[in-house]
Ligand binder design. Structure first.
Ligand code: PGA
Length: 249
C-alpha cells in the first residue's frame, strides 16, 4: 500500500515570514505521521524557510513550483533545478495548468523541465488536466494522456516509475467546482493504464494525486475514489489549522 500524499501548492502566497509563522503553527498541531506524506510547494523565496522548519520530519518534504529547463545561465528571473535541489527541494511541479495557460508553457517545455528535474535529482510531479471545453467535447482522456506522454517523453521506464502525477481539471482549479469522485476515478484509471506501458508494468509505483478545489469537506470522498493516491491542494492549504485538519483526512 502506498501512503497517501497531501501536497500544498502555495502558488504566489506565503512570503518567508508568513511561511515561518505557518510552519510554527502547523508543526505544533501535526505530529509525525507514519501513514501519510506531506509535501509543501512554497514560492521559491520561501523554500529555505520551509526546509529548515521541517528538517527533522521525514514525513514532510519540500518542492518548488517551477524550474527552468537549463541548469544555469543568462535566464533573468528563472530558477534552475540544481539550485532548487541545493536549497533543499526534493520535488518540482511541472506543467501546472497556470504555467500552461497563464504563462504559455508548451508540452515540449514540460518535457525539457522533467529531464532537467531528473538531472538534478528532483522528483517531478507532472500536472495534467483538461479545460471545460475539452471535457464537454469528450476529449478529457485524450488530452491528459497526450500531456502525460509529452512530459515523460525523454524518460526511461525506471525513471517514469519514480515520478508523481497530478490530475487537475482546469475548470476545477480555484473555482470551487470539484470533479466528482467518479470523474476523478475515470481520469486516474486512464492515467494508470497509460503508465503501465510507460513504466514497464510498474504503474502502481506512481502516485496519482487529484487537485482542483479540494477542501476539508470533500477530501475524504476524493481520496477514497479509485486510483486516487493523494491530493494537490491550493487555496485550502494556505491556513495552518485548516491544512492540519485536511492532512489528517
Ligand atoms: P485549488 O488549486 O485547490 O485552489 O483549486 C489547486 C492547484 O492549482 O494545485
Amino acid at each position: 500500500m502506498r501512503h497517501p500524499v497531501f501536497a500544498a501548492n502555495w502558488k504566489m502566497n506565503q512570503a518567508p515570514a508568513d511561511a515561518k509563522a505557518f510552519l510554527k503553527q502547523f508543526m505544533a498541531s501535526y505530529p509525525r505521521q507514519q501513514d501519510r506524506q506531506v509535501l509543501f510547494f512554497p514560492p521559491a523565496l520561501s523554500v529555505s524557510v520551509v526546509v529548515d522548519a521541517t528538517k527533522d520530519r521525514p514525513d514532510i518534504a519540500v518542492g518548488v513550483q517551477n524550474i527552468h529547463w537549463e541548469d544555469a545561465g543568462a535566464f533573468t528571473g528563472e530558477t534552475s533545478a540544481p539550485m532548487s535541489r541545493a536549497a533543499g527541494a526534493r520535488f518540482v511541479l511541472v506543467g501546472h495548468s497556470e504555467r500552461r495557460h497563464v504563462f504559455g508553457e508548451t508540452e515540449e517545455q514540460t518535457s525539457l523541465k522533467v529531464a532537467a528535474a531528473f538531472r538534478a535529482g528532483l522528483v517531478p510531479m507532472i500536472c495534467v488536466g483538461e479545460t471545460l471545453a475539452q471535457r464537454e467535447s469528450g476529449d478529457t482522456n485524450a488530452v491528459i494522456i497526450r500531456q502525460l506522454r509529452a512530459a515523460l517523453a525523454t524518460l526511461a521506464p525506471n525513471q517514469v516509475a519514480n515520478c508523481m502525477v497530478a490530475y487537475e481539471p482546469v475548470w476545477a482549479i480555484g473555482t470551487g467546482k470539484t470533479a466528482t469522485p467518479d470523474d476523478a476515478a475515470t481520469a486516474h484509471r486512464a492515467l494508470r493504464l497509460e503508465l503501465k506501458g510507460l513504466t514497464n508494468d510498474r504503474e502502481e509505483a506512481v502516485p496519482i494525486l487529484y487537485g482542483g478545489s479540494v477542501n476539508r469537506g470533500n477530501a475524504g470522498v476524493l481520496l477514497a475514489a479509485g486510483d486516487v493516491d493523494g491530493l494537490l491542494v491550493g487555496g485550502a492549504s494556505l491556513e495552518a489549522d485548516g491544512w492540519s485538519g485536511l492532512v489528517r483526512t
